[in-house]
Design a protein around this ligand. Structure first.
Ligand SMILES: C[S@@+](CC[C@H](N)C(=O)[O-])C[C@H]1O[C@@H](n2cnc3c(N)ncnc32)[C@H](O)[C@@H]1O
Length: 282
């Protein structure tokens, strides 16, 4: 069961290890994108009020979840469980107490580790006598020229052995770029002049890019990398960001979704090779 399913990153990472019997997300844009790419619509539901009967009735052996990260972000308010956006996670922890699956995987930003939410999760895992492994990984170790450090909490009724963390050299950004460039992605001269000192600029031959956040479509400094070409400085396109996340080639968005929304959905997303490595632990 994929909770807070977004674009379906966990579903992509699952590959032939199993199948998703239900996905849940409250966002219309995320659900339309999920349906277009995976051929089935998530349940458009507020998870903070999901009844235990519905969840238990699905009898999923594994829950994978990526709860909102803002309460644990470096730039966020650090309110953890006290943040309204943690309400659904708190509720799911109650459901976990009542109807635990065999395996559970939670993904979040690194600030989740050591938070009150992490403590609650660990307490619930141990109350069921399950094993727990906390992991940290970044796609830059998986051959991808992108940073996206994340924490993963893996729990299982079986014992869990840590898998070796790959250490592949990242390839150059050139291999992730679109064949045809879109003019609209280039920054206008006045915008570039205003933001240039703080911009994270990279070139096609570089082997790194910064983490792309949900606000990449409207913000400049600290939101992700910008590409310097012979023509000027531009944003990475949504399909380029999708490639850097390891989403399958051919991943697409419903036509009606604005550029800003596409970036927001990608900024919430998962690095697929990293998520697949995490699932290898089960
Ligand atoms: C961090 S993103 C997860 C991204 C996902 N792992 C992916 O691969 O794209 C969190 C998602 O949870 C959804 N969400 C946030 N709060 C929710 C709630 N209370 N109930 C249901 N969905 C929620 C958001 O719409 C968002 O798509």
């Amino acid at each position: 069961m994929e909770l807070f399913s977004g674009l379906g990153g966990w579903r992509c990472a699952l590959r032939d290890r199993g199948s998703v019997i239900a996905a849940y997300d409250v966002s219309e844009a995320a659900n339309a994108t999920y349906a277009l790419n995976h051929g089935c619509e998530p349940r458009a539901r507020e998870l903070a009020t999901l009844p235990v009967e519905e969840l238990a009735g699905l009898a999923a052996d594994t829950w994978v979840m990526s709860p909102p990260c803002q309460p644990f972000c470096r730039m966020g308010n650090h309110q953890g469980l006290g943040d309204q956006r943690s309400r659904a996670f708190r509720h799911l922890m109650d459901l976990f107490r009542q109807a635990p699956p065999d395996h559970l995987v939670v993904e979040n930003v690194e600030g989740f580790l050591g938070s009150d939410a992490h403590a609650l999760l660990s307490e619930r895992i141990h109350a069921h006598g399950m094993h727990q492994l906390d992991l940290q990984a970044c796609p830059s170790r998986f051959g991808l020229p992108n940073r996206r450090p994340r924490a993963f909490i893996v729990a299982s009724r079986k014992s869990i052995e840590p898998c070796p963390l790959p250490d592949l050299p990242p390839t150059s950004l050139a291999g992730y770029l679109d064949a045809a460039e879109v003019d609209g992605l280039y920054l206008k001269p006045d915008i570039l002049a205003r933001h240039r000192p703080g911009l994270d600029l990279v070139e096609p031959g570089d082997v790194r890019s910064a983490c792309f956040i949900g606000g990449y479509g409207r913000r400049y400094v600290g939101s992700g990398s910008f590409l310097k070409t012979e023509r000027g400085v531009r944003r990475f396109s949504p399909s380029e960001v999708a490639r850097l996340l390891g989403l399958p080639e051919g991943f697409r968005f419903p036509e009606q979704l604005s550029l800003e929304i596409r970036y927001r959905l990608l900024g919430n997303g998962l690095s697929i090779p990293v998520a697949a490595w995490v699932l290898d632990h089960l």
